[in-house]
Design a protein around this ligand. Structure first.
Ligand code: PLP
Length: 359
């Protein structure tokens, strides 16, 4: 044995994470799909008050069932979802890990279609779940017949797909979700709607299909549209049996009293926190058009980011942008880069920097 006795498959691996640079190095931060607008003074004051009240009870463990929060999340989601169908954790990334702890594991398989969210294979690895990827088409859509065949061949316990997809921005049409739920049989189908609120008009949410499929899980987060990435609150809606299965693997009292108070206060201000979503969607559409006008390839986006390329040396473009104070993300298929949608001023800085880098 060598010290530290870390699992063989983890030895020498680097922890995952986009570069987190200071505002001095990178004044324009467009790399992790955050909402660029901080909460207003009124929202900050209300959250502070709620946290102060929670602080007075910190000698006690929090409500393990986070009952009030599940009620508030169900009310926010609508679509007839009940509190017994809600589950929450510290970011939807923790929700995803819990799903694999409960439904994956040794001898079990999780399936996605690449390009897909880069964290999923790490959760599969951490839970000793076999990780298999099929492929998307060149326009990043899913070929339904090929995807059905893949699901039938692999017979996964868990199918994991972001919609809108990260890093491409592609949303799944409802017929794709239905097909996956039917093809998966008793396996679960997780549609990760972290960017759901940014969908273009006419793109439905998988929440509409929940009553039809007991194996469908729709995850959401307060980190993106909701402008609350720092609070760490993600959640899912699914059949109550699925929530009960997760209860078995969750840590006791995993959602702190401070987290619950923060999320509840924020949900009371949902319209205001989501107030910038329409402006961000418009800015995204403008960014897509502008990038196309530059002669670049751009993926259609239903999210708050845009994937563009194709560059022979994308790292040089990324570095050139950073040298000009604009931090974007080197991710996705070879040659592509991803930019998160920021404020109008930030997008002007992005366009100016990219124009310089490309000439
Ligand atoms: C950002 C993101 C999440 C959300 O992560 P949190 O842990 O809730 O902050 C989930 N899925 C995808 C695909 C994402 O890009």
């Amino acid at each position: 044995m060598t010290f530290p006795p870390i699992r063989d498959e983890l030895r020498g691996l680097e922890p995952y994470g986009a570069p987190q640079l200071s505002k001095d190095t990178a004044p324009v931060q467009l790399n992790v799909n955050e909402n660029p607008y901080p909460p207003s003074e009124a929202v900050v004051a209300d959250i502070a008050k709620a946290v102060a009240e929670a602080a007075a009870t910190l000698n006690r463990y929090p409500d393990r069932e986070f009952t009030e929060l599940r009620e508030a999340l169900a009310a926010y989601l609508g679509h007839g979802v009940s509190p017994s169908q809600m589950w929450a954790a510290n970011g939807s990334n923790e929700v995803m890990l819990q799903l694999l702890q409960a439904f994956g594991g040794p001898g079990r398989t999780a399936l996605s279609f690449a390009p897909t969210y880069s964290m999923y294979p790490e959760y599969a690895r951490d839970t000793v779940t076999e990780w298999v990827v099929g492929h998307r088409e060149t326009d990043f859509s899913l070929d339904l017949d090929a995807a059905r065949a893949k699901v039938k061949e692999i017979r996964p316990h868990v199918v994991l797909l972001p919609s809108p997809n990260n890093p491409t921005g592609t949303a799944l049409p409802p017929e794709a979700v239905s097909m996956l739920c039917e093809a998966a049989g008793d396996g679960i189908v997780v549609v990760d709607e972290a960017y759901g609120e940014f969908r273009r008009t006419g793109t439905p949410s998988a929440l509409e299909l929940l009553p039809a499929y007991r194996n469908l899980v729709v995850t959401r987060t307060m980190s993106k549209a909701f402008a609350l990435a720092g609070a760490r609150l993600g959640y899912l809606a699914a059949a109550p049996e699925i929530c009960d299965a997760i209860r078995v693997v969750r840590l006791p009292y995993h959602l702190s009293a401070v987290t619950q108070a923060t999320a509840l206060a924020a949900l009371r201000h949902a319209p205001e926190l989501l107030g910038a979503v329409d402006a961000l969607r418009a800015e995204r559409d403008t960014t897509v058009d502008w990038l196309r006008d530059q002669g670049l390839q751009v993926a259609d986006s239903d999210a708050n980011f845009v994937l563009f390329g194709v560059f022979g040396d994308r790292h040089a473009v990324w570095q050139g942008m950073l040298d000009r104070g604009v931090l974007i993300r080197e991710t996705g298929p070879d040659g592509w880069l991803r930019v998160s949608v920021g404020t109008p001023d930030e997008m002007t800085a992005f366009k100016n920097a990219l124009t310089e880098v490309l000439t």
